[in-house]
Design a binder for this molecule. Structure first.
Ligand SMILES: [Fe+2]
Length: 168
């Protein structure tokens, strides 16, 4: 049981770091999408959702007597800053950002499935409920990106053809 709990708490800390990283990435991207208002608005919505998730995971960690500001968090943040910064220089940032977001959402989906299984095994139904809520928000965001990535790509290509600032 102790080992199980240790694994679970490690995954929970990782998920918390992941959400902080997601926030940094999206906040870096959202202000540079002036030509893609639909994508910008959807990301803005997901930023608000992600802030809620981050707070819920932190509350869970606090409840278990675990600190959420471990080394892993700091590393996650650093990686996200790097990602957000590197986007500044990409002329096709909107496409790269869509790709990165889609990938990231699926990592989040996998993480919440793992946490649901682990918390269920430990009999923590309250935590399972939190993770299920997070999971459905991630799935909705992944679906939105799946349904809009073709259109975003076409829009980007059309703007490039017209010599308009296309990347954002
Ligand atoms: Fe997400």
């Amino acid at each position: 049981m102790e080992q199980m709990r240790k694994s679970y708490l490690g995954w929970l800390r990782d998920a918390h770091a992941m959400e902080e990283q997601a926030l940094t990435m999206m906040q870096g991207m959202v202000n540079r999408l002036e030509h893609y208002p639909e994508l910008r608005d959807r990301i803005q919505t997901h930023i608000a959702e992600t802030e809620g998730q981050e707070a819920e995971l932190r509350r869970l960690l606090d409840g278990y007597g675990e600190s959420s500001s471990m080394v892993k968090d700091a590393m996650g943040k650093l990686a996200a800053v790097g990602q957000a910064m590197s986007g500044v220089f990409a002329s096709d940032e909107v496409v790269k950002g869509t790709l990165a977001s889609y990938t990231f959402e699926h990592m989040e989906i996998a993480s919440y499935r793992i946490l649901i299984a682990a918390a269920g095994q430990l009999g923590d139904s309250q935590a399972v409920e939190v993770f299920r809520r997070c999971l459905s928000e991630e799935e909705a965001m992944a679906d939105w990106l799946a349904n809009h990535s073709s259109e975003i790509t076409r829009q980007f290509l059309a703007r490039t053809e017209l010599d308009l600032p296309a990347g954002r």
